[in-house]
Every structure is written in structure tokens, then in C-alpha cells.
Design a binder for this molecule. Structure first.
Ligand SMILES: *Cc1c(COP(=O)(O)O)cnc(C)c1O
Length: 391
């Protein structure tokens, strides 16, 4: 028997969703016929577009893709082809990118705390450049990888960034010169500085201030005969998650960053960045289907075949909010969306405005390529995360 359409208490509203001009929905319709849901489509054209946007706006800066955002092998291969470097944080990630064709001199081991085992692994694999932010780490590196090239990560402001990284990482800039000199005295090669302004950083001031602090350190070090060649400006570049979102303008941010770089730094300093979210986030579209529906708490509840433990894990770990879209148009109702597991926590939204949906209807989310499948649990309750399909 078909479920009778319940009368939601919240008055119906006309759908505000705009027609799909980009052809994304036609692509989804075609893909749903070929693949079982849930699946995550990664569009190669968008990976390339994001990479070229970075290259164009910041031509002095070489991007090292931070693979923790999405370590899918096909994505890594796409970036190898585009000529990107890679930011890895563990022995596993290092092995992963090298096995997919990355060159060891284009890999940075950008975790300031590394296990002895992983330092030895870096040495064996000839990944020479790494970050650090404390003296005990220097003793460890010098013992297991003499001659390693080290970048000191300094602590900088993370105001306004969605994910704060300064609470856990970064040396006090005041001690920078002394600790770099220490690195040299231990037989390491002090190469430069790095910072991270926090992820999804919409506040360009964070970058401008971090660059100013860095330039001062580089000048001080140069005066004392510790020339630094590399400036790593980290990741953090923001993306838009909602169609009508304001306040994210990468081009404008990059323009100001570039101006600051040109004003404050010697031409000989080489710049690298470690973007993660910016490169893969916009490329990803997650496609799920409704597997059940009910009426609870005066609204329609739709249960999807992907949830918090799967590809929506970014709602927990990445503090991310997503725009849920459907292929239906017309009147919208205040509704709830939940994942498939037996945990009430696996609820995605209690107040989403969507048209009435039926079992097997598609619910999709754009701009979800980063920090989504990467942090999904493998098989909680027997539900596997979405298959990744490059298109
Ligand atoms: C996570 C991380 C990145 C990538 O950050 P995004 O905000 O995704 O660009 C870069 N560098 C380091 C050290 C990180 O921990």
C-alpha cells in the first residue's frame, strides 16, 4: 500500500532551487543507471580546473596536494599528471603517492610529529623534505635521517577558519631562528618555514600576517648566515559549499597573498603550498538514494543509504555543512534526512527544505570531495561508504 502523503505542519513553500544549468543532474541520472548508490563522482575536469586556478592566481607557488583530503589513487594519479607535488603525513601516505608515480623530490613529509619508523621510511624512500616544530623532533630526525631538509612550522593566527590547527601545531615565531640554528648544528639542513592558517580559511588576514611574520624570520636568519630557501604557505584555501554562499572569493584572496609575497620576500625564495580541500572538494558529488521514509515529529523523515559514519563523516570531523539537493522540483517541505545505521546520531539534517521524496529517489550533495570518504568508517553496521567513480 502506498504511504499516504502526510500533512507537514510547516507551511509548504515554493521551491527556491534553480534549474540545473551545469548539466550535473543529467550526469547524475545517467550515472544512477550504471552504478549502485551511494557513489561519489569525482570530476576530472574540476580537479584540473582547481589546480589551474591555483597556478594562475599564484604562479610563484607550487601546489603540493595534501592527500589526507582524499587519498583515492585515481585522484593522486590525476595530480601526478598535472605536475603537482604531494603533502603526506605518514609512512603509509608516503608509500601510497610514490607507488602512484610521485617523485620523492616532489613529496613533503608535512607532519611535525613523526614516528621513528616513518622517519626511517622517508630516508629509505628518499623523501628528504619534512616539517617540524619542536626540538625533540630534531633529535629524532638527526639520529635517523642525517642531512634531512627541515622546514620549521611556526604558529600563526587561525581566526575565522573552520578547522583550527594552531592549538596543536606550530613553534613560537620568537624562537624560530634559534631552533633553525639548532637544526643546522645537528647536521640537518634548515630549508625554510611553513605555516597553516587553519582549514577553510576565509580570512585573508591570516595569510597576510603569517607571511609578514615569516618574512621577518627569514630576514633575521639571513643576517645571521642561515639562508632559508623555501616558504611553505600551507593549505586552508576555502571553497563554496552552498550555491548561494557569499564570502568565499579565492581569486581576491590570492591576489592579496601574491602582492604580499612580492612585497616582502626576496625573489630567490621558492614558495610551495599544501592545498587539500581546494583541489578536491569542488570535484566531488555524492549521490545517495532514499531507502525508506516515515513521518515523525511532524515532518517527513527520509532515510538515505549513506550517513554520518560514511561519506557524511565530514559533518563531524570537518565541521562541515552541506547543501542537500534532489532531482524533484516543486513544493518543498521542512523535512529530516538520516543515514542508514541504527544510531540516532546518524541524522544529517532536521530542517532541510525539499520536495516530497519517495523510496529510490536521489538525494545528492555537491562540493563534497574533501574530508568525506577519507574519514568514513569502513563498514559500521555493515554499510560500506560510497564507491568513488572518476568521470
Ligand atoms: C590538512 C593539512 C593541509 C590541507 O589543508 P586544507 O585546508 O585542506 O587545504 C595542508 N597541510 C597540513 C600540514 C595539513 O595538516
Amino acid at each position: 500500500m502506498p504511504i499516504a502523503t502526510p500533512k507537514p505542519l510547516a507551511g509548504p513553500k515554493l521551491s527556491k532551487s534553480k534549474p540545473d544549468l551545469s548539466g550535473v543532474e543529467n550526469l547524475i541520472r545517467a550515472m544512477v543507471k550504471k552504478h549502485r548508490t551511494p557513489f561519489m563522482m569525482i570530476r576530472r575536469s574540476v580537479l584540473e580546473k582547481q589546480f589551474q586556478r591555483l597556478r594562475k592566481c599564484l604562479p610563484e607557488v607550487m601546489p603540493y596536494y595534501a592527500i589526507k583530503a582524499n587519498p583515492n589513487p585515481k585522484i593522486i594519479k590525476a595530480f601526478v599528471k598535472l605536475g603537482a607535488g604531494f603533502d603526506v603525513a605518514s609512512g603509509w601516505e608516503m608509500k601510497h603517492v610514490l607507488s602512484l608515480g610521485a617523485s620523492p623530490d616532489r613529496v613533503i613529509f608535512a607532519n611535525t610529529i613523526k614516528s621513528t619508523e616513518d622517519i626511517i621510511s622517508a630516508r629509505r624512500r628518499r623523501v628528504r623534505m619534512m616539517t617540524f616544530d619542536n626540538e625533540p623532533e630534531l633529535y629524532k630526525i638527526s639520529e635517523h635521517y642525517p642531512g634531512a631538509q627541515v622546514l620549521l612550522r611556526i604558529k600563526v593566527g587561525n581566526e575565522g577558519s573552520v578547522v583550527n590547527l594552531s592549538l596543536k601545531f606550530g613553534a613560537d615565531p620568537e624562537n624560530a631562528y634559534f631552533i633553525l640554528r639548532k637544526a643546522r648544528s645537528l647536521g640537518l639542513v634548515p630549508m625554510g618555514l611553513s605555516f597553516h592558517v587553519g582549514s577553510q580559511s576565509k580570512n585573508v588576514e591570516n595569510y597576510l600576517q603569517a607571511l609578514e611574520i615569516s618574512a621577518n624570520i627569514i630576514n633575521e636568519a639571513k643576517e645571521h648566515d642561515v639562508p632559508l630557501k623555501i616558504m611553505d604557505i600551507g593549505g586552508g584555501f576555502p571553497i563554496q559549499h552552498f550555491d548561494n554562499e557569499i564570502g568565499v572569493n579565492f581569486e581576491r584572496m590570492a591576489f592579496q597573498i601574491r602582492k604580499q609575497i612580492r612585497q616582502l620576500f626576496d625573489k630567490k625564495v621558492q614558495f610551495i603550498a599544501e592545498p587539500g580541500r581546494f583541489l578536491v572538494g569542488p570535484a566531488g558529488i555524492l549521490v545517495t538514494q532514499v531507502i525508506g521514509r516515515t513521518f515523525r515529529n511532524n515532518k517527513n523523515y527520509y532515510y538515505l543509504n549513506d550517513g554520518i559514519y560514511g561519506d557524511f563523516s565530514g559533518m563531524v570531523f570537518d565541521h562541515c555543512k552541506y547543501e542537500f539537493k534532489t532531482l524533484r522540483r516543486g513544493q518543498t517541505f521542512l523535512s529530516a534526512l538520516a543515514g542508514p545505521t541504527c544510531d540516532s546520531f546518524d541524522t544529517l539534517s532536521l530542517d532541510v527544505e525539499i520536495p516530497e521524496l519517495y523510496v529510490n529517489d536521489v538525494v545528492y550533495v555537491k562540493n563534497i570531495g574533501a574530508y568525506s570518504s577519507a574519514s568514513a568508517v569502513a563498514n559500521f553496521n555493515g554499510f560500506a561508504p560510497a564507491k568513488i567513480v572518476l568521470v
